[in-house]
Design a protein around this ligand. Structure first.
Ligand code: CU
Length: 202
């Protein structure tokens, strides 16, 4: 009997550890069915720490008078470096409430990275080059991805009842966030989800 009890406990631990991640394939389109690249998919999983591990960092470079990448998704608590790879100087700023900052006219890599410690979206611009724009979407979860040119992204998720959020920079500011419940059952073949967003023309 003691053996059986020990075996049962071992199985419970294995299930609870989330060792079997379930792949979720998500396709994001606009309301006309056209694939949306650079859509941010994030999944809120209960019991997951909202903040990134200390020291987590990301990079948004400036190259050819453009931000690279144009859309960045990070977990709350991530520091972002903004190296200037151009020979011209840039003056990068954000007026967004989640993170206001200004990196005055600079070349090379500014000494201090910018810490994003609140969830939401920050829009980055350059004082010198009006056409430079980038978006930083900050989420309280480590489960996030960005769609490719086919509007597709894949995430490995633990089984459970979660919430799926989808965001795209072409959504009007007034649009309510796209959020839906997501039930992930343990299945080796994974699952597929579709989401469509109302966006304005690029
Ligand atoms: Cu610039």
């Amino acid at each position: 009997m003691r053996h059986r009890a020990a075996l049962g406990l071992a199985i419970l631990v294995a299930l609870g550890s989330g060792a079997h991640a379930v792949p979720l394939n998500i396709t994001v389109t606009d309301n006309a069915g056209k694939p949306l690249a650079d859509a941010v998919v994030s999944v809120m999983v209960r019991g997951t720490p909202p903040l990134a591990a200390a020291g987590t960092s990301a990079q948004i470079a400036q190259r050819g008078r453009k931000f690279e990448p144009q859309v960045t998704v990070i977990q709350t608590g991530t520091s972002v470096t903004l190296p200037n790879l151009d020979t011209v100087r840039h003056h990068v700023y954000s007026f967004s409430p989640i993170r206001r900052f200004e990196l005055k006219l600079y070349a090379g890599t500014p000494a201090a990275p910018v810490l994003f410690d609140k969830p939401g979206t920050a829009v980055l611009g350059c004082n010198i080059h009006d056409r430079m724009t980038a978006w930083v979407h900050v989420v309280d979860t480590p489960y996030f991805a960005k769609t490719d040119a086919r509007g597709q992204a894949t995430l490995d998720l633990p089984a459970g009842e979660h919430r799926l959020r989808v965001w795209h920079f072409l959504q009007p500011d007034s649009a309510p966030p796209h959020e839906q419940p997501l039930r992930v059952a343990t299945s080796p073949s994974g699952m597929a989800v579709k989401a469509s967003l109302a966006v304005t023309e690029n």
